[in-house]
Design a protein around this ligand. Structure first.
Ligand code: ATP
Ligand code: MG
Length: 434
C-alpha cells in the first residue's frame, strides 16, 4: 500500500476529554474518530488492526471446531421479551436500544446474542447426536451506556466476538467452557498480553459460573485479586480448570477478605476484555429450545456464552504498549508488517531502491510504503506514532550502496543492511500472525 493512496489521518489536535493514553493515541494516530458520545468511525489504520485481531480469534476458535455465524443487528423485541431481558425488572433493560419500523414492528439493537442464537439452534438442531456445537460471531453490539468514556473502552457501539456452546449435559457444557478458556489463553498469548482469568459474578447474563479475563492496567476501571503464582501457571502449556481453581483469582465483587498476605494475594486495577458464562438451561427454557434425546424425550440443551470485547481489547493493548513517541504494536497485529520510509522522495537512488524493495516485499507481506514528499522528520514521527513493528528506512547516504536501515519499533535497534541481507533477515520474520 502506497501511503500517497492511503488515508492516514495523524493529528495533534485531539479533545481534552481524552484522558487515557490509549484514547489519545488512537485519536492521534488516526485509528478512530468520534462521531458522537460513545460512537466512533474506524479509519483504515484502525480497521487493519481490527482485522488482524479478528483473524487471530477466528483461527483459535475454528481450531476447536466452533463455527462462525452472523446474527442480525435488527432483532425482534418479542424474542427479547421471551428471555425477560427487555422487561422492566431486567438489569439490562436500560441499556437496550429500541427501534420501530414503518409498520410499527418493534426491534432491539443487540447488546449480545443469546436469544437469537438459541432460536437459531432450536430450528436447526433436533437430535441429541447434533447438539454438541459451538457457534460464534464477530459483530457490532449496542449498549446505551449511561456514561460512555475513554474512547472505545466504553462505547455505545463496539465490536464483540460472542460464542455460544450447546451441550447435552452440565459436564459436557463445562468441557466446552474449558475449551474456550484455553482458546482465549492462546489468543491473548498471540497478542503478547498478560491476562488473568478471575471468578466473576454472572449479572444480567444469568447462569451460575463465570470468569472474566482481565488485563492488568494502572488506569483500569476494574479491580481484581489474584495470586502471583497464577501468572506462572497460566504461562505453562497444560491448562485445566481443576488446576486453575487451586489458585485464588477473583473479581472485586466476588472477593472475600481472605488472608491476603499469607496467601500472597495481589490487588490490581485492570481492564475486563473477555467474559465466560456457564448459562445452564436459562435461555433454552425461556425460548423453548429442545432436542430429542436417545429415548425420544425432549430435553433442553445446556448452554454457555463467551465474549471478547475486541474494540476495548485494542485500547487495553495500547495501555500496555507505548512510549513517548506513540503506539508499539505486538508483532502479530501491527497494522502493516513493514513500513518502507523513503526519506527523500525526490532522490533518484532512494526512489529506485524503495520501489524495488516495495515490489519484492509486497507480494508476500502486508507493506506500507511512504512514497510521499513530507519531511523526514514528519515521516519518522508519524511512523513511530502509528507503531508499525518494522521500519525499513531508505535515505541517500545508504541508498547509493543499495543499503537500508532496518529499525525495530519496540527495541529501537537499527541495523544497516545490504538489500540482499535485508531479504535474508526478513525471511526469518514471520509473514503472518498465526
Ligand atoms: P463492563 O462490566 O465493562 O460494563 P460487561 O461485563 O457488561 O462489561 P459483557 O456483557 O461481559 O460486558 O461483554 C463482553 C465484553 O464486551 C466485555 O468483557 C468487554 O470487553 C466488552 N464490552 C462490554 N461493554 C462494552 C462497552 N460499552 N464498550 C466496549 N466494550 C465493551
Ligand atoms: Mg462482563
Amino acid at each position: 500500500m502506497r501511503l500517497s493512496k492511503f488515508l492516514l489521518n495523524t493529528t495533534k489536535d485531539i479533545t481534552s476529554e481524552a484522558k487515557l493514553i490509549s484514547h489519545q493515541l488512537m485519536l492521534r494516530s488516526g485509528m478512530i474518530k468520534q462521531v458522537s458520545s460513545g460512537v466512533y468511525c474506524w479509519l483504515p489504520l484502525g480497521v487493519k488492526v481490527l482485522d488482524k485481531i479478528k483473524c487471530i480469534i477466528k483461527h483459535e476458535l475454528d481450531s476447536i471446531n466452533s463455527h462462525e455465524i452472523i446474527l442480525p443487528s435488527l432483532q425482534p423485541l418479542s424474542i427479547w421479551e421471551k428471555s425477560g431481558r427487555a422487561l422492566e425488572e431486567s438489569d439490562l433493560k436500560s441499556q437496550i436500544f429500541h427501534l420501530t419500523d414503518q409498520k410499527q414492528n418493534k426491534y432491539v439493537l443487540p447488546p449480545s446474542g443469546e436469544e437469537v442464537v438459541t432460536d437459531l439452534f432450536s430450528s436447526s438442531v433436533h437430535s441429541y447426536k447434533d447438539v454438541n456445537k459451538i457457534l460464534y460471531q464477530i459483530t457490532w453490539k449496542f449498549r446505551d451506556e449511561i456514561r460512555p468514556r475513554h474512547g472505545v473502552m466504553r462505547a455505545k457501539e463496539f465490536l464483540m466476538k460472542d460464542a455460544y456452546s450447546f451441550d447435552v449435559s452440565k459436564e459436557e457444557a463445562l468441557l466446552s467452557y474449558e475449551k474456550i478458556l484455553v482458546a482465549y489463553l492462546k489468543i491473548f498469548k498471540k497478542l503478547e498480553l498478560e491476562v488473568v482469568p478471575v471468578l466473576a459474578p454472572t449479572g444480567a447474563m444469568g447462569g451460575d459460573y463465570s470468569h472474566e479475563f482481565h488485563v492488568l492496567a494502572q488506569n483500569g476501571e476494574s479491580i481484581i485479586y489474584y495470586q502471583k503464582e497464577l501468572l506462572n501457571y497460566l504461562k505453562s502449556n497444560d491448562f485445566s480448570l481443576d488446576e486453575y481453581e487451586k489458585f485464588y483469582a477473583k473479581e472485586e465483587e466476588k472477593h472475600t477478605n481472605e488472608n491476603m498476605d499469607s496467601l500472597n494475594i495481589l490487588k490490581s486495577k485492570s481492564i475486563e476484555v473477555g467474559h465466560l458464562f456457564y448459562l445452564g438451561q436459562k435461555y433454552s427454557k425461556d425460548l423453548n429450545c429442545t432436542y430429542q434425546d436417545k429415548d425420544g424425550s425432549l430435553r433442553f440443551p445446556e448452554m454457555g456464552c463467551y465474549g471478547i470485547g475486541i474494540t476495548r481489547l485494542i485500547a487495553a493493548i495500547i495501555e500496555n504498549s507505548y512510549d513517548e513517541n506513540g503506539i508499539i504494536w505486538p508483532d502479530s497485529i501491527s497494522p502493516f508488517r513493514f513500513v518502507i520510509i523513503n526519506i527523500r522522495s525526490e532522490n533518484n537512488e532512494c526512489n529506485k531502491l524503495s520501489e524495488r524493495i516495495y515490489g519484492n516485499l509486497s507480494n508476500k507481506y502486508d507493506v506500507l510504503y511512504d512514497d510521499t514528499n513530507s519531511s523526514a522528520g514528519k515521516k519518522f514521527a508519524d511512523m513511530d506514532l502509528v507503531g508499525i513493528s518494522w521500519q525499513i528506512i531508505i535515505g541517500p547516504k545508504h541508498a547509493i550502496n543499495n543499503s537500508v536501515e532496518l529499525k525495530n519499533r519496540k527495541t529501537g535497534e537499527v541495523k544497516i543492511l545490504k538489500e540482499e541481507e535485508l531479504y535474508n533477515i526478513i525471511k526469518e520474520i514471520q509473514p503472518f500472525y498465526l
